[in-house]
Design a protein around this ligand. Structure first.
Ligand SMILES: Nc1nc2c(c(=O)[nH]1)N[C@H]1C(S)=C(S)[C@@H](COP(=O)(O)OP(=O)(O)OC[C@H]3O[C@@H](n4cnc5c(=O)[nH]c(N)nc54)[C@H](O)[C@@H]3O)O[C@H]1N2
Ligand SMILES: Nc1nc2c(c(=O)[nH]1)N[C@H]1C(S)=C(S)[C@@H](COP(=O)(O)OP(=O)(O)OC[C@H]3O[C@@H](n4cnc5c(=O)[nH]c(N)nc54)[C@H](O)[C@@H]3O)O[C@H]1N2
Ligand code: SF4
Ligand SMILES: [Mo]
Length: 705
């Protein structure tokens, strides 16, 4: 085969940048580059896609064959086995738990559901008779998704920054997290558009802003309510749109009547005049709201998002050019979310009602929940305590939960307590290290994917090259397991009928008229869409309108209106913020790459000069951080910067050291999740816990690990 270049889409993260892959004579990828002709990314790209992904794929330590543990759990003693043996043993392990404890004792775990593996793992578990699968959205975009669904907006990634007169950006750092959005923001500013940023940290976006509100962590809900107050007080909302499409406006107006900018300013530590300026800029639309992870994954996350989502609704910026576009898709195309909710692929409702967490968080978990998945913190409890019922076996794919879930010690104890654990991974992570069997997974360069990219909107296509070693995709692994489980009589239903990724992709493309051949040729597909489709369809809520007053919340005894839930009480003078993104890393990935470790060698904690001085710490010192009633401490390295607020510690996440001794690989030392808890204050709607705005203590220590 001669050298050639093919169009693709990077799916190393959900940004979905258009890519060009150069293939060498042997068909392997020799170069990943941006595709300047891609209509959405227009050449935007990042180092994770260019460098992290290909180096990961060709890494000398990559797992290329199935392995079985031969020593005690976590001993690091493994033996290579064939795929035939591996599939037999995983099927046997799962079937045995199912026979002894029933199907509900089995659980799956995956990372984001943007791509096929979330649906594949969910349908594999359902085929076994278990509705239980974990996905880390409670720590990611779950609060905004629950609010989006409750209100009926369905705005996903449809921020029209390029056409907006004003962008309102809350808890979002596109400079690090999203090169496409960052390029859009800079282009918008260059043509004179306005920008309002709410962020405790002076990000590059904050530096571009016309109004930057340096809110206290966890207080944005109050600012959101004050923006609603100002818009209603000044009669700058879209009265025609509200009258026709919004449910509960009078109740909302009554709720926000006391929420003046003065009130919010006192809570959030900003000037009331700046909230007024922000309200005036947003009201002078079209305006688009961009919410990020900084206000998600919190015990008040859904309520915070609802305030901003109600702002989008009453300002009439929905589906308007330069506003927030609703999710569009080609007619006949199937999204993963639709697949998860499709009756043909479901278990009986009585079984789904038993999904772990569905009783406490019905808008999150189980049949009425957003993704039908479990409440993860409750699953960890079930593994350890047997309540509400025992969970004894797990299949974990493409997620490093020992590092990325709060309370790493407890997650590891839960995994170690299982009767059977299989993990599909690329490298030996702290999660894989405690498994009974580890299966080698393909990387995103080796998986042909078709997915809806709502930000285009496009159908995104990712090309695949042959996998290294014996690595298999999630569908490949699951299809093999289905066969072995069927032979054992261990299937409750046949809910994963596809035998190849191509067959699955064809199913997703459905009757859309978009062919795999066209996607392979172009790397994406455009499709026509119309704005304002609610004119003939209404909204997917009980009232058929946008619910400012949520009937589904009311039905479950939850607050039907947006409101401000204060973050946990400040029992300590310092507040910890986690998850600040770095360009070099994607969560826990790439810690085994020399270039990345050279650029970002340490788990940084950013302190304001006043905080550093008050605690007697200097640049480069190591500190130990812990929560007052938390599970343990975590070691971080000090960077001093006035970008952060006095009293606030800003750190990232995902740290472990592949070269440190296993099975933890330092995940209990420099991983911030060793200090966080999965049992603290919980969002009443999404079940999310706080990963920021956490009162904490800090003390200087001598060395790192
Ligand atoms: N390079 C890189 N890019 C990534 C990722 C990665 O790991 N690395 N991860 C991807 C994923 S899965 C996600 S979810 C996204 C997340 O990316 P974003 O949505 O941008 O979220 P974060 O980076 O967590 O935080 C964004 C901003 O929120 C601010 N913030 C923190 N707490 C608060 C608060 O209480 N109020 C307000 N208003 N702001 C607050 C932080 O200071 C930060 O500037 O990034 C994606 N992109
Ligand atoms: N304290 C704290 N905890 C957090 C966060 C935080 O801000 N603070 N952020 C949360 C967020 S937003 C997220 S999304 C999660 C991330 O949590 P994870 O999904 O666990 O994080 P990753 O390190 O991206 O992925 C873990 C492993 O899954 C595989 N993998 C993951 N994604 C892919 C993929 O797209 N393709 C392939 N082939 N393999 C993949 C890799 O083997 C990788 O080692 O962490 C959450 N945890
Ligand atoms: S932002 Fe980086 S990792 Fe994410 S899709 Fe784009 S190039 Fe890939
Ligand atoms: Mo995320």
């Amino acid at each position: 085969m001669s050298k050639r270049t093919i169009p693709s889409t990077c799916w190393e993260c959900g940004t979905l940048c258009g890519a060009l892959l150069t293939l060498g004579e042997d068909g392997r990828v020799t170069k990943v580059a941006p595709n300047p002709a891609h209509p959405t990314s227009k050449g935007a790209f990042c180092v994770k896609g260019i460098r992290g992904l290909p180096e990961w794929t060709d890494h000398p330590d990559r797992l290329l064959h199935p392995i079985r543990r031969i020593g005690p759990r976590g001993s690091g003693e493994w033996r290579r086995i064939s795929w035939e043996e591996a599939l037999e043993e995983v099927a046997e392990g799962l079937a045995k738990v199912r026979a002894e404890h029933g199907p509900l004792a089995l659980v799956g775990a995956v990372s984001g559901a943007f791509f096929s593996r979330g649906a594949v793992v969910a349908l594999l578990m359902r085929s076994l008779g278990s509705p239980n699968w974990m996905i880390n959205q409670d720590l990611c975009g779950g609060c905004r998704a629950v609010s989006d669904r409750m209100t009926g907006l369905n705005i996903g990634r449809g921020e029209e920054i390029e056409a907006a007169r004003c962008t309102l950006m809350v808890g979002r750092n596109p400079h690090a997290a999203d090169p496409i959005q960052w390029a859009e923001l800079k282009r918008a500013k260059a043509r004179g558009a306005r920008l309002v940023v709410l962020d405790p940290f002076r990000t590059p976006a904050a530096e571009l802003a016309d109004v930057w509100l340096q809110s206290r962590p966890g207080t944005d809900g109050a600012i959101g309510l004050a923006l609603l107050h100002a818009m209603i007080r000044d009669r700058r909302y879209d009265a025609g749109f509200v009258a026709r499409w919004c449910h509960g406006f009078a109740a909302l107006a009554a709720r926000v009547a006391p929420c003046t900018p003065d009130w919010a300013a006192g809570i959030a530590g900003v000037a009331a005049a700046d909230i007024e300026r922000a309200a005036a800029l947003y009201a002078d639309g079209p305006s688009t709201f961009v919410g990020g992870h900084g206000i998600d994954a919190a015990s008040n996350g859904v309520q915070t998002y609802r305030a901003f989502h109600c702002l989008v609704a009453i300002s009439g910026n929905l589906d308007r050019v330069g506003g927030n576009r609703r999710v569009k898709k080609p007619a006949g195309f199937r999204t993963y979310l639709e697949l998860l909710h499709d009756k043909r692929f479901r278990l009986p409702e009585a079984v789904e009602r038993q999904t772990i967490g569905a009783d406490r968080f019905p808008l999150w978990a189980g049949p009425e929940g957003w993704q039908t998945a479990c409440h993860n913190a409750s699953v960890i409890e079930a593994m350890l305590t047997g309540a509400p019922y025992p969970v004894r076996g797990a299949y974990v794919s493409g997620v490093n939960i020992a590092v990325t879930y709060p309370d790493a010690r407890r997650t590891l104890a839960a995994l170690r307590s299982l009767d059977f654990l299989a993990v599909a991974a690329h490298t030996m992570t702290p999660t894989a290290a405690v498994a009974d069997i580890v299966l080698p997974k393909t990387t995103t360069l080796e998986e042909e994917e078709v997915t809806l990219d709502p930000s285009g909107p496009n159908i995104a296509y990712t090309a695949a090259v042959p996998a290294r070693g014996e690595a298999r995709s999630d569908l490949g692994i699951a299809a093999g397991l289905m066969e072995k489980l069927r032979a054992r009589g261990a299937l409750t239903a046949e809910l994963l009928p596809w035998r190849s990724q191509a067959a699955f992709n064809d199913f997703l493309l459905g009757e859309s008229g978009i062919s795999l051949e066209a996607l392979r040729r172009d790397g994406y597909a455009h499709f026509p869409y119309t704005r304002g489709d609610f004119e003939h369809r209404g909204f997917a809520t009980p009232s058929g309108r946008i619910e400012l007053y949520s009937e589904s919340a009311a039905k479950h005894g939850l607050d039907p209106l947006p409101g401000f839930l204060p973050p946990p009480e400040a029992s300590e003078p310092l507040l910890l913020q986690t998850g600040f993104r770095e360009k070099t890393y994607h969560h826990s990935r790439f810690r085994d790459q020399a270039w990345a470790r050279k650029v970002s060698p340490d788990p940084e904690v950013r302190l304001h000069p006043e905080t550093a001085a008050a605690h007697g710490v200097a640049e480069g010192d190591w500190v130990e951080v812990e929560l007052p009633d938390g599970p343990g401490a975590c070691r971080l390295r000090v960077t001093i910067t006035d970008r952060t607020q006095p009293g606030v510690l800003t750190t990232g996440m995902g740290w472990w050291l592949p070269e440190a001794p296993g099975p933890e690989f330092a995940a209990l030392e420099i991983n911030v999740n060793a200090a966080l808890s999965y049992r603290g204050a919980t969002d009443p709607m999404s079940g999310s816990v706080n990963i920021g705005a956490l009162p904490c203590r800090m003390r200087k220590v001598e060395a790192a690990v």
